[in-house]
Design a protein around this ligand. Structure first.
Ligand code: SAM
Length: 184
């Protein structure tokens, strides 16, 4: 099955704006940093609650980035969330994505994978999300070599359809949702 929902090339934030407006239910993101992607989603989908999974300063080490530059800090995020007036709409879960820190039965319309980009972590994250997401899972940095395992897994998982929104952003669509909404 193929789908061509993206007419023009989109970067991460444009992809989130588009997907934000397509669904009404809750969204979960893995990897929040200072909150930009979460704020974009919250504004695009005011009906949703946004859950942000990121250990931030609770990380022991982040060898992916060899330093703290790309590691979130909760004080910065909390200040930004206040400035954006999104305290009620966004919850920070200051934990690693694995083991999954939310109740296993809690479902979401959409998700973002943008945490630790090294194989096999994103692949395991997709495995978890594919069981609890009704609509779409966005994957940032899809062009990275380390994401190959995750992209391959999506292609091989029945019930999910891969589309590239741009060179660096991929979206895994839940086939049920595509069929229900007549998008294929
Ligand atoms: C690229 S940044 C996220 C950027 C954010 N999505 C945005 O667009 O504004 C990556 C974040 O992933 C977090 N991170 C690293 N390993 C993680 C893990 N195992 N689970 C969840 N988050 C993780 C880091 O602390 C960092 O804040």
């Amino acid at each position: 099955m193929e789908t061509h929902i993206f007419k023009n090339e989109a970067d991460l934030y444009e992809t989130l704006r588009i997907i934000g407006a397509m669904f009404k239910g809750d969204h979960v993101e893995i990897g929040t940093l200072n909150g930009k992607s979460a704020f974009i989603m919250a504004h695009a989908r005011p009906s949703a609650h946004i859950y942000c999974v990121d250990p931030m300063e609770k990380q022991k080490a982040n060898d992916q980035y060899q330093g703290i530059k790309e590691t979130g800090h909760s004080a910065i995020f909390i200040k930004n969330r206040e400035d954006e007036k999104l305290i009620e709409q966004i919850t920070l879960i200051q934990e690693y994505s694995l083991p999954w820190p939310l109740p296993p039965e809690q479902r979401f319309d959409t998700a973002l994978i943008d945490g630790y980009h090294v194989h096999p972590i994103p692949m395991w994250e997709f495995e978890i999300l594919s069981k609890i997401v009704n609509g779409a899972i966005v994957i940032d940095n899809a062009d990275l070599f380390h994401l190959t395992g995750c992209i391959t897994k999506i292609r091989m998982t029945p019930g999910w359809v891969l589309e590239y929104a741009g060179k660096k952003v991929a979206v895994a669509w839940n086939e049920q949702w595509l069929l229900q909404t007549g998008r294929v």
